[in-house]
Design a binder for this molecule. Structure first.
Ligand code: ATP
Ligand code: MG
Length: 246
């Protein structure tokens, strides 16, 4: 079995990369093999979250341009051996076309249970490339109007590229802040506005942010880590409750 999931958002900074790493670490804990691809070409960050910055020799643009084989562009995480990372290039000029990227992922995906693709924000060419190989999608949003507008837009674009299995992750949720903002009656209104079924509600969790920024993702416990465990089970079709309900 293999499953290719793109993680996208209309607006930047909603937490896509964090969700990608948290979800990948959770899948690995459940004995799944995961290829995590940072497709945010020009703005890579997942190597930092996995403390792999110094060890990345090649990236996905090297793999498609023939500088290395696809397998040579895959970094094997020290801390989580079943989590493999393909980094994004720093060089924005080196854009990868959707068809070339799809071929790259198609060549690798049979070696993994899951391929998780971190999309750049927005609906531009970087998104089109990231989405091209995917069977399904997670939209990451925050519970605020500007972010939700992006969620609605990205959903339309995902459907336009043929992805209909789409679920919503509301990230960085804090009940007090939500009520102070006063933009929505309740979370049901947020989900209705997004027009996408919820699969996870991730709390605002500064411990999670510290872990990601310090390159020790997946090693420690934090409230959001429990949610990522639950998200990974729900993605596998298990009927488990949301670990956090706000
Ligand atoms: N649940 C959370 N609780 C607290 N902080 C979070 C949470 N999720 C993400 N963050 C923080 O929010 C910031 C943005 O997260 P991240 O880089 O994952 O977003 P992104 O959507 O990938 O951004 P970009 O669009 O720039 O790629 C980071 O500082 C991250 O640590
Ligand atoms: Mg990101």
């Amino acid at each position: 079995m293999n499953d290719v999931i793109v993680v996208a958002s209309g607006k930047g900074g909603t937490g896509k990369s964090t969700v990608c790493v948290g979800l990948s670490a959770a899948l690995v804990k459940q004995n799944k093999s995961v290829l995590l691809i940072d497709c945010d070409c020009g703005m890579r960050g997942i190597d930092l979250m996995l403390d792999a910055e110094e060890e990345i020799l090649f990236d996905c643009s090297d793999a498609v341009s023939g500088n290395c084989t696809p397998r040579e562009a895959v970094y094997r995480s020290r801390n989580m051996p079943s989590l493999h990372l393909m980094a994004a290039p720093f060089d924005t000029d080196n854009e990868i076309s959707p068809s070339v990227f799809k071929q790259l992922v198609d060549d690798l995906k049979n070696s993994y249970d899951y391929v998780i693709i971190d999309s750049p924000a927005g609906v531009g060419s970087g998104f089109a490339t990231a989405a091209a190989p995917a069977d399904r999608a997670l939209i990451v949003t925050n519970a605020e109007p500007t972010s939700l507008r992006g969620a609605v837009k990205i959903r339309t674009k995902l459907i336009a590229v043929g992805i209909s299995d789409i679920r919503l992750v509301i990230n960085r949720f804090d009940r007090k802040q939500f009520e102070k903002l006063g933009c929505y009656r309740d979370l049901d209104e947020v989900i209705d506005k997004a027009g996408t079924r919820l699969i996870a509600l991730v709390p605002l969790d500064l411990r999670l942010s510290c872990m990601m920024q310090n390159g020790c993702a997946g090693l420690n416990w934090s409230p959001a880590v429990t949610v990522f465990d639950c998200l990974s089970r729900r993605l596998q079709g298990e009927k488990v409750e949301l670990a956090f309900e706000g």
